[in-house]
Design a protein around this ligand. Structure first.
Ligand SMILES: C[S@@+](CC[C@H](N)C(=O)[O-])C[C@H]1O[C@@H](n2cnc3c(N)ncnc32)[C@H](O)[C@@H]1O
Length: 242
């Protein structure tokens, strides 16, 4: 496993580190089958339907992987592929299994909102999961446009506003905010999400968009898959903050 630019030990001691450790090792193991496992299964089913072949070699990135096990599962299933797990925080280090031999993951620590991010690289698959609500509205559109230019296939997964959807979603959000110090608050309604996805796609009319939902114990997750039939080259960042 390669680790690029992941910072110092001090960075690893980020706020609430031990709480995140407890969450990862205990809470999420108890509840994962009711939420994160369901989402991962849905993503792998989607990849199968899209024709991704385990034996082939792809370039894939989870742009804000946190310590979700998705990159580990991708790396184990797609052994010949190059998997990048990016996140601004070092939380991603929590997902590295101590014993499993995984040599096709690279961890990076880049700001997805920086101009350099995704300006020159291209990917067969980009995953943006549970990230949009951490970004200001104008940056959500800026990021999605950039991802859609950069990836042949882009999967976006976002929780429907947990403050307005169900009691269990509300309670889980309370736990994330109060116990884990989660500061994401720019939640999207279903309408806003679907609207945002269609607005982010208007530069390339050859893309195809598929939308769906998945109910979990933590709330309703909204899925968007954007497939580029013909890729257009990356263009300079002009007036995208509308
Ligand atoms: C709610 S977590 C989701 C993590 C993971 N994708 C998942 O589904 O479990 C949001 C993640 O986005 C990362 N993030 C937020 N803003 C970012 C930025 N500008 N650049 C890179 N990562 C960012 C946070 O550090 C955090 O790990």
């Amino acid at each position: 496993m390669g680790i690029l630019n992941v910072g110092t030990n001090n960075d690893i001691q980020e706020s609430h580190f031990y709480r995140h450790l407890i969450h990862k090792k205990i809470i999420s193991r108890i509840f994962h089958r009711f939420s994160s496992k369901k989402i991962r299964t849905a993503i792998f089913n989607l990849l199968k339907k899209m024709g991704f072949n385990h034996e082939k070699s792809y370039k894939m990135i989870d742009i804000s992987c946190g310590y979700d096990d998705l990159i580990i599962e991708l790396a184990q299933k797609f052994r010949n592929s190059e998997i990048t797990g990016n996140d601004l925080c070092d939380k991603q280090l929590l997902s590295i299994p101590r014993k499993a031999k995984i040599n096709n993951i690279t961890l990076t620590k880049r700001n997805i909102l920086s101009n350099e991010f995704c300006e020159t690289e291209t990917y067969d698959l980009i995953i943006c999961k549970n990230t949009l609500h951490h970004l200001p509205r104008s940056d959500q559109l800026y990021l999605l446009r950039k991802l859609i230019r950069t990836g042949k296939n882009v999967i976006i997964v976002e929780i429907e506003n947990p403050l307005k959807s169900s009691l269990s979603a509300y309670v889980w959000n309370f736990y994330y905010r109060k116990f884990l110090g989660d500061d994401g608050s720019n939640f999207l309604s279903r309408f806003d999400f679907f609207n945002l996805i269609s607005r982010s796609n208007n530069e390339n009319p050859t893309t195809k968009i598929f939308l769906s939902d998945l109910k979990t114990i933590k709330g309703n997750y909204m899925f968007a898959l954007v497939r580029n039939k013909i890729r257009i080259p990356n263009q300079p960042n002009l007036g995208e903050n509308d």
